[in-house]
Design a protein around this ligand. Structure first.
Ligand SMILES: *[C@@H]1O[C@H](CO)[C@@H](O)[C@H](O)[C@H]1NC(C)=O
Ligand SMILES: *[C@@H]1O[C@H](CO)[C@@H](O)[C@H](O)[C@H]1NC(C)=O
Length: 175
């Protein structure tokens, strides 16, 4: 009687520790995958030395093969906005290859030049400049222009309006 209860006791302990181990490894596994999922598309851009503002706000999800750099980014519909004198258009799916300081074989991003929409094929970073190439021509911008993600529709103006409102605050106060 005593023996059998001891036997059951130790059996229970073995089962308990096994399930604890199982739980721990499951927890560990799920937290690892969660950590992978937690990187947003914007953080992925940063990890390759690019500014977040290369993508507009509202990325739903992305796929990335870290060994080849091949990626797809999914937006909630097409997105157009203007930055300065440039009109930009993002399709709902953007694909290409990402490496440190270089985006290549891009598909889905175009810029309007005169009357034509031209596809941006590569984006290269050298020091503090970003070079956008449409194949036949390229244009350089300071990296700091892309510190903020543009919003579909209003681009960076929505941000500027907010900043202006904040900046006007003290002036309104003192007058
Ligand atoms: C990444 O791409 C390579 C080459 O196409 C392929 O062999 C590999 O399975 C891919 N990895 C993932 C995680 O899709
Ligand atoms: C996608 O866009 C539609 C219409 O613009 C909006 O109703 C919906 O909430 C958006 N979905 C997400 C996940 O942002």
């Amino acid at each position: 009687m005593v023996l059998s209860s001891r036997f059951f006791f130790s059996l229970r302990r073995v089962l308990l520790s096994t399930s604890v181990l199982l739980c721990l490894s499951l927890l560990c596994f799920s937290s690892l995958t969660a950590a992978d999922d937690e990187l947003t598309a914007y953080e992925v851009l940063e990890s390759y030395d690019f500014p977040v503002g290369l993508l507009p706000k509202g990325v739903l999800s992305y796929d990335l093969n870290t060994s080849t750099g091949k990626f797809s980014v999914y937006l909630n519909g097409t997105c157009t906005f203007s930055i300065g004198s440039y009109n930009l258009k993002y399709k709902s799916t953007i694909t290409g290859y990402i490496a440190k300081d270089k985006l290549s074989k891009l598909k889905g991003i175009s810029v309007k030049v005169l009357f034509f929409w031209l596809s941006i094929v590569t984006v290269t970073r050298s020091d503090d400049e970003l070079e956008f190439s449409v194949g036949i021509a390229s244009v350089d911008f300071p990296v700091t222009n892309f510190d903020v993600c543009p919003e579909c529709g209003c681009g960076l103006d929505c941000v500027n309006k907010k900043v202006q409102r904040i900046r006007r605050g003290p002036f309104a106060f003192s007058s």
